[in-house]
Design a protein around this ligand. Structure first.
Ligand code: PLP
Length: 225
């Protein structure tokens, strides 16, 4: 029940953010991040109308997928160890955390079809965050042309946890600028039409700055951790 209320509230806020910048809410996908919650809660999200789910661990993904089957679209959003690729690859529709060549190599090798990937960029340049440096992103994407099973559908970032709105905004804006640059190169395996950015505390700003996929955990399904 609560998930349904949360979802309504999020949709309202999305609408407001869209109106500010003249975007359409239909262009934004909500990914319910269920990593902190039970399978039952994840099912509640699906029942409330969420069609995309995100997990950041192999165990959580496989356990929830077994119960919820093929209903939702599955996103792998966390940092991905190369040795885990084999076990998750057939169970995900999107990988949001491609950030190194060795990982790309492994995804390409294990995939039985083209995998939709986001390149994770560390726009805030924090030591603790995963992701590739902004200035290395273009060369990295060019080098992925060698991997036929990888399609770069977009860029992803995790903004720092802060309530400094201007700083958050600049992070999202930098990712958008980078996306525009990638698109201008017209690389066949990198249409790069999506921007995965915005979480519970910053999704309105991310939408104002061009997010097409927002990854929401706590504000939508809560947190049991
Ligand atoms: C956990 C997580 C989220 C969701 O975080 P909330 O703040 O709970 O909304 C989004 N993206 C990634 C990569 C995460 O690991």
């Amino acid at each position: 029940m609560q998930v349904k209320v949360n979802l309504q509230e999020i949709r309202e806020k999305m609408k407001l953010a869209c109106e500010k910048v003249n975007r359409s809410v239909e262009d934004i996908t909500i990914i319910a991040v269920t990593k902190y919650v039970t399978i039952e809660r994840a099912k509640e999200a699906v029942d409330a109308g969420v069609t995309n789910l995100g997990e950041n661990r192999e165990e959580g993904l496989l356990a929830k997928r077994e119960v919820l089957m093929d209903e939702p679209v599955w996103h792998f959003i966390g940092s991905l160890q190369t040795r885990k690729v084999k076990s998750i690859i057939d169970h995900v529709d999107y990988i949001h955390s491609l950030d190194r060549l060795s990982l790309a190599k492994e995804i390409n090798k294990r995939a039985s079809k083209k995998i939709k990937c986001f390149v994770q960029v560390n726009v805030s340049q924090e030591e603790s965050k995963h992701g590739i440096a902004p200035e290395e992103t273009i060369d990295f994407i060019k080098s992925l042309d060698a991997f036929p099973n990888i399609e770069i559908v977009g860029l992803m970032t995790m903004a720092p946890f802060t309530d400094n709105e201007e700083f958050l905004r600049s992070c999202f804006r930098n990712l958008k600028a980078l996306q525009t640059e990638v698109q201008s190169l017209k690389i066949s395996n990198a249409p790069c039409t999506e921007l995965s950015m915005g979480m519970s505390n910053d999704y309105s700003i991310a939408i104002e700055e061009g997010a097409t996929m927002i990854r929401i955990g706590t504000a939508l399904v809560g947190s049991d951790k």
